[in-house]
Design a protein around this ligand. Structure first.
Ligand code: GLA
Length: 387
């Protein structure tokens, strides 16, 4: 995306003046799904697609004038309005502004125009890209950049919780803020320690196949999964008052088995997936250190199986894409992100790539009447000011 594209709209829709331009990426995740809010590990990286925003203080006390370039939609609102704007995209601006204020940033009225090239509803975190982009701009314009990167991550997450109805974890906002070109990051979501992993798989590449089934995390299904996990932790805590069980990270397989009957099969299966996924992320790290991509791929397939059968966040189209990958001999493939639609992430040998993409397009088209979209993964940088 070009700065000039956003700038020309900013000039046209407001008072002709220019502001500062900020960019934040969407993300991929190699493995570690639905583990973030369970205190486990994730393995994301930022992508070369994201959100770009031009922003400028407009001299008012608390009037925000916002223009969503892609939607051609203008919304003005006051930060002091307790209800905030209705348009879902504008709620991200409203929410992050209030969260940054809570962190001591004296946010006043501003103008903002933004656009994005991270596909919406594809499980690549377009919403985290918005939150971290706007947070980065507000921190710079009103806050002398005093808010730390981690606090911006948490402000983005709080925006989802408090204004958008998604009780998400911290993976997406973390990846969007901390991303680094060429590197994946292994994050321990309990301690928040992380390390950069240069990712240049010799002879392989990562590609996303977008089912174009729009995933929608707001509302019940995502939050339901989280509630199931928390319910299991509660039961384990009750059985072991001597211990401290905050998330499933603190629980063992034996403890999970002990509460199986009381929590019921659905919650049991969901927690079982999470415990397995925690181990798989560590397995992938080990395999990467040894350059064993076949092992990485095997673990990715196991994750898909678990997300589909136990966690129940897949859909017919994603399972179909996963089956095609298997049939084509693709090294690893699985649902990426929250689920309920969106993409699969595929680890493919270079020599198989062309044939895999052609087969997936053809078979998917035969069955669903349209081709999946294909995004080659390029691992890019995190949130930053462009000019
Ligand atoms: C969404 C959430 C994340 C994470 C993933 C699943 O992207 O925003 O916090 O839980 O789903 O791994």
């Amino acid at each position: 995306m070009e700065i000039d594209f956003v700038r020309s709209r900013f000039i046209k829709h407001f008072d002709g003046k220019t502001g500062n331009v900020y960019a934040s990426p969407g993300r991929i995740n190699l493995i570690g799904e639905h583990t973030d809010y369970n205190g486990g590990f994730v393995f994301p990286g930022a992508v070369d697609k994201g959100v770009m925003a031009e922003m400028r203080a407009n001299g008012t006390e608390d009037t925000v004038m916002a223009y969503a370039i892609d939607l051609k939609d203008r919304v003005d609102f006051k930060l002091s309005d307790p209800n905030g704007p209705k348009a879902s995209w504008a709620r991200y601006i409203y929410g992050i502004s209030l969260e940054m204020k809570k962190l001591g940033v004296p946010v006043k009225g501003f103008n903002i125009a933004f656009a994005g090239d991270v596909p919406l509803g594809a499980g690549m975190s377009s919403s985290a890209a918005m939150e971290s982009c706007f947070a980065c701009g507000l921190n710079d314009i009103f806050g002398e950049n005093k808010v730390s990167q981690w606090d911006m991550v948490l402000a983005g997450q709080a925006t989802e919780h408090n204004y958008c109805g998604v009780n998400c974890g911290i993976m997406d906002q973390f990846a969007s803020v901390f991303g680094k070109a060429g590197c994946l990051m292994r994050l321990d979501c309990r301690s928040r320690e992380f390390e950069y992993f240069p990712f240049k798989p010799d002879g392989y590449r990562l590609v996303l196949l977008d089912s174009v089934v729009k995933h929608q995390l707001a509302g019940s299904p995502y939050n339901d999964r989280r509630n199931s996990c928390e319910n299991v932790v509660k039961h384990i805590q009750a059985k072991h008052p001597e211990g401290k069980f905050e998330t499933l990270r603190d629980c063992t397989w034996e403890q999970l088995d002990e509460v199986r009957a009381e929590v019921g099969e659905e919650d049991y299966k969901r927690a079982k997936f999470v415990l397995g996924e925690k181990d798989r992320v560590l397995g992938v790290c080990e395999a990467l250190n040894e350059g064993d991509y076949e092992k990485v791929g095997e673990l990715m397939y196991q994750t898909h199986e678990g997300l589909s059968k136990d966690y129940e966040v897949s859909c017919e189209e994603l399972d179909f894409l996963n089956d095609i990958a298997k049939e084509c001999g693709v090294t690893g493939s699985r649902i990426m992100g929250g689920g309920f639609g969106g993409c699969t992430i595929n680890l493919v040998r270079n020599d198989l790539y062309k044939q895999f993409i052609a087969t997936a397009k053809q078979k998917f088209n035969e069955k669903y009447g349209h081709e999946p979209k294909v995004y080659d993964v390029v691992i890019g940088d995190g949130s930053r000011r462009l000019c």
